[in-house]
Design a protein around this ligand. Structure first.
Ligand code: URP
Ligand code: ZN
Ligand code: ZN
Length: 470
């Protein structure tokens, strides 16, 4: 009898805690053994000179999510997860978005229907709670948490999504009772409305004014308020897509006081600035996302947040809209004000190479920190560890093989999703994922797609160990 289905031989295996020269033996889709000179397999994959790391887990992505009438997201579950696989990811966590009046259970069914049979990598859903009614909070949400939908996002801004403080408290209270983890989009809705109206009245409607409509205090205040509400309820929360020092320091102070407040940042806050929003004509619309990219000191702050563990997650917040498309960013609904540009940018395929090159390559973080920030911490935060986020006996054999020397200039020509641009066009990186293995089977092999839609499965999640109250 043959011992292993596959051996990945001669690579450098990197986990969140260890860096080892060893082979990886895979059987039945699981990691069976780590060891030197493993033999006896159906297939041996030569990984000499390569890094063998847990596949990336991108725990903040938006796929096939409605935005506004007439606007269509650029990625469905097929194109989005294909791009994810090319970017070295083996799992993504998109959102199932409830709109006002909708049953949360029905929303979940709808998103399963969108995803079933289409995914190239594994998926699991967070919920977005937009209608915090008694029925949703009292019945549907607790039942869904028990069914493995153990995290949900709430918005403090956006028309139709923003919850009042009272609603936030009620949602947080359900999270406390059920052991779910709340993710918070922290921006002050009224302040954004006030600033947007004022900018428009003054004729300041170009995309660059998107940044002026939601300056740092808008995010800092909401971050502070979200933390205060969580403290009142005594429930852990994750503040997502943090963009600047003031918001980061709110989180750091809360952590120093012993609160279980977690933070996430994203590539756009490390390598883009609000200057990118100032492109000619509508070009800046390609960078419209919320919170907006800030400035170099904010980038530095986000690096410090990653280095000091204030941010435990590095996610893409992939939220793609095509640029030159009637359903996209260029002429949103025939209007030209930044107010109507759909918020969000693509990044599912570039998240890992950007952090690898700018972080590991430039000595800002270690290889092990890279794995933690892009894979292991996501699994630990969202109830997937150690099935996911590890290369250890018994874990799913979800593996990315990296060429640490490959130099690539990021370009839309190289991308595999449904968007028609990348905000990182022209950024040179060193280090690239060349092969992606999902539960022991190649999805991408030496840069070529070999997986099929439907190879990726839905994964039900346990409750987050981080969600337990103090
Ligand atoms: O602009 C962004 N970030 N769009 C995606 C939705 C969200 O708030 O995460
Ligand atoms: Zn958000
Ligand atoms: Zn998002």
């Amino acid at each position: 009898m043959i011992t292993f289905d596959t051996i990945i031989r001669g690579g450098t295996v990197v986990t969140d805690t260890e860096t080892l020269q060893c082979d990886v033996g895979i059987s039945g889709g699981k990691v069976a053994e780590l060891g030197e000179n493993l033999s006896d397999a159906r297939e041996v994959v030569d990984a000499a000179g390569k890094l063998v790391m847990p596949g990336g887990i991108d725990s903040h992505v938006h796929l096939a999510q409605p935005s506004a009438p007439g606007i269509v997201m650029a990625d469905d579950f097929a194109s989005g997860t294909r791009a994810a696989a090319f970017g070295g990811n083996t799992m993504v966590l998109p959102f199932a978005l409830q709109q006002k009046g909708e049953s949360l259970r029905q929303v979940v069914k709808d998103y399963h229907a969108k995803a079933d049979g289409k995914c190239y990598v594994d998926v699991s859903f967070h919920l977005i709670i937009a209608d915090a009614t008694e029925r949703v909070l009292g019945q549907e949400l607790p039942a869904l948490v028990e069914d493995g939908y153990t995290s949900f996002k709430v918005f403090m801004t956006y028309e139709g999504l923003a919850l009042s403080d009272l609603e936030m408290l009620n949602v947080m209270s359900v999270a406390r009772e059920t052991g779910a983890l709340v993710m918070v989009h922290a921006e002050n809705y009224d302040a954004i409305r006030f600033l947007t109206d004022r900018l428009e009245r003054a004729g300041n409607t170009a995309p660059k004014f998107h940044a002026a409509s939601r300056p740092i205090p808008v995010e800092r205040e909401a971050t502070h308020r979200a933390i205060s509400l969580a403290e009142i309820v005594d429930v852990p929360i994750m503040i997502v897509h943090v963009s600047n020092r003031a918001a980061m320091e709110e989180i750091a102070r809360a952590q120093a006081r012993g609160l279980k407040i977690y933070g996430e940042t994203c590539p756009q806050y490390l390598v883009l600035t609000e200057k990118d929003l100032g492109g000619l004509n509508m070009e800046g619309a390609k960078y419209v996302c919320s919170p907006p990219p800030r400035d170099e000191p904010s980038q530095q702050a986000c690096w410090e947040g990653l280095q000091q563990g204030i941010f435990s997650l590095f996610s893409s917040d992939h939220c793609p809209f095509r640029y030159d498309d009637p359903h996209g960013k260029l002429h949103p609904k025939g209007r030209t004000s930044f107010r109507w540009v759909p918020n969000g940018i693509p990044g599912i395929e570039t998240r890992l190479p950007i952090l690898f090159s700018e972080g590991v390559g430039k000595g800002r973080i270690s290889l092990n920190e890279f794995v933690a920030l892009t894979s292991t911490n996501h699994a630990k935060t969202y109830g997937l560890y150690p099935q996911k986020g590890a290369i250890a006996a018994g874990s799913d054999a979800d593996i990315a093989i990296w060429d640490p020397e490959r130099e690539v200039t990021i370009s839309q020509k190289l991308m595999h999703g449904g968007c028609d641009y990348t905000p990182y066009e022209g950024l040179s990186v060193k280090g690239w994922p060349v092969s992606t293995i999902l539960r022991g089977k190649f999805v991408v092999r030496d840069g070529a797609l070999v997986g099929a839609p439907g190879a990726g499965s839905y994964v039900s999640r346990a409750k987050s160990p981080l969600a337990a109250p103090r």
